[in-house]
Write a protein that binds this ligand. Structure first.
Ligand SMILES: Cc1cc2nc3c(=O)[nH]c(=O)nc-3n(C[C@H](O)[C@H](O)[C@H](O)COP(=O)(O)O)c2cc1C
Length: 423
């Protein structure tokens, strides 16, 4: 071989010094962003993001359920494929939304603003958490074109509800995501072991952690304190920096006495769209449809609440059968691959929603990291659609039954899976 030919084979690139740039250049899937996020965050914060409740059975199940379905391609021409779809009457570039995750500024100083900007660039809806750390008005001002949804809990306090609805309306959050899976706070035992508090209390172990994760600590200590400006302004946590004991109160607070009556009242009071989030019981899905919600987001809160709870994929077909096409159905909890989205749509979902996946991107590379996670899932979805032989989302939904085979009882399902969540 001549020297000139050999030279063409050698590709020596200058080393990339910025960690963010390195991750963006070298992480190719959600699991690799998770690994990168783990290197950035103090252990207690990473475990708060990543962990599940009690024995984490549901957390593991959320990944394993996707293995129960195998793909059966059919041969024929494919064009595109086109991933655009309509969610609640608005065009979305993907059958994907970013689901609410509270306290996002714990993970990155730009918090929800960075996530909102990425969702806007990608052209998909973003659900802002009630426990978000950036005012909803700021998000509205900075991302006026973003399809913005807001997460509320049901309450019998009529005045607080009216105030919240008026605020959402004024800030252009026309879709409410009503969470119904936090009647009590799940016991996240990793948090108990780590003594997790927000803001992190200065203990001997946090001080040791500062040495290991200096960049996160510098960002954290030099940026504005964490508060929850989208809570009722009468609550102290809305405006002040929260103390560890307030954090417990906020997380544990949920009006467990609220139920269907309050949902009906909300339906009467709210002209916009309603997404009920956090049920997996097909009877509840059917009841919600009769009350007039616009969509149900099947969810077990990413395995963070009731351990041993069913996963959305376990109940998706039955839920769809119960409601027909009368409402939209979304699926969250465990989505890490484009093929997961394809499988959920083939079984009857209209869209999937991600939580931890975009947070890993945020931690590792800020807003660009969130956008990259969305791009990765979009690329994986397009590739999987092409390989199974479908050209569009409507075709995928119509032909879903031909594409999937249930292999739960065929002995083909691997006993264990290398899961992103497993330690
Ligand atoms: C760090 C974190 C905070 C969360 N905060 C909220 C919240 O404030 N409200 C809510 O309805 N769900 C919350 N969730 C649950 C998500 O909306 C969603 O149901 C879950 O993350 C989906 O599972 P996945 O993380 O496997 O994608 C949170 C999840 C995480 C990981």
């Amino acid at each position: 071989m001549k020297v000139s030919e050999a030279r063409q084979l050698i590709q020596i690139k200058a080393p990339v010094l910025s960690r963010r740039r390195r991750v963006l250049a070298h992480a190719f899937n959600v699991a690799e962003y998770r690994k990168a996020a783990r290197k950035v965050l103090p252990t207690g914060i990473f475990d708060y993001l990543d962990g599940g409740s009690e024995d984490e059975v549901t957390l593991r199940r959320n990944r394993a359920v996707f293995d129960a379905w195998a793909l059966m391609p059919s041969w024929g021409p494919v064009s595109g494929p086109a991933t655009a779809t309509t969610l609640l009457g608005k065009v979305s570039t993907l059958p994907l939304t970013l689901t609410p995750t509270g306290a996002t500024r714990l993970f990155h100083p730009e918090g929800e603003l960075a996530v909102a900007a990425a969702a806007d660039r990608a052209g998909i809806p973003y659900g802002l958490a009630g426990l978000s750390t950036v005012p909803m008005e700021t998000i509205a001002r900075q991302q006026p074109a973003l399809e913005r949804w807001f997460n509320i809990g049901l309450t019998a306090d009529g005045r607080a509800l009216q105030d919240k609805l008026a605020r959402c309306e004024a800030a252009g959050f026309h879709t409410l995501i009503v969470g119904v899976d936090t009647r009590a706070l799940g016991s996240r035992e990793r948090d108990l072991h780590n003594g997790f508090t927000a803001p992190p209390a200065l203990t001997l172990s946090t001080i040791a952690d500062i040495a290991r994760r200096p960049a996160w600590w510098i960002n954290f200590l030099t940026s504005e304190g964490i508060s929850f400006p989208n809570l009722d302004p009468r609550s102290a946590a809305a405006t002040s920096v929260i103390t560890p004991s307030m954090w417990q109160d906020i997380l544990g607070h949920s009006d467990a006495t609220s139920g269907w009556k309050e949902l009906e009242a909300l339906r009467q009071a709210w002209q916009g769209k309603i997404v009920l989030k956090g049920c997996v019981n097909p009877a509840d899905v059917a009841k919600a449809a009769r009350i007039g919600v616009d969509a149900v987001q099947l969810s077990n809160h990413g395995g963070r609440q009731l351990d041993h709870m069913l996963s959305p994929m376990d109940v998706l077909q039955e839920s769809r059968q119960r409601v027909g096409d009368s409402i939209e159905i979304y699926v969250d909890s465990g989505i890490r691959r484009g093929s997961d989205i394809l499988k959920a749509l083939a079984l009857g979902a209209d869209a999937c929603s991600i939580g931890r996946a975009y947070l890993y991107g945020l931690v590792a590379a800020g807003s660009e990291g969130v956008e990259r996670i969305i791009d990765i899932l979009a690329e994986e979805l397009r590739r999987t659609m092409t390989l199974v032989g479908v050209s569009s989302i409507p075709e995928l939904k119509a032909r879903g039954g031909e594409i999937l085979r249930d292999i739960r009882h065929s002995g083909e399902m691997p006993a264990t899976r290398v899961s992103g969540e497993m330690k």
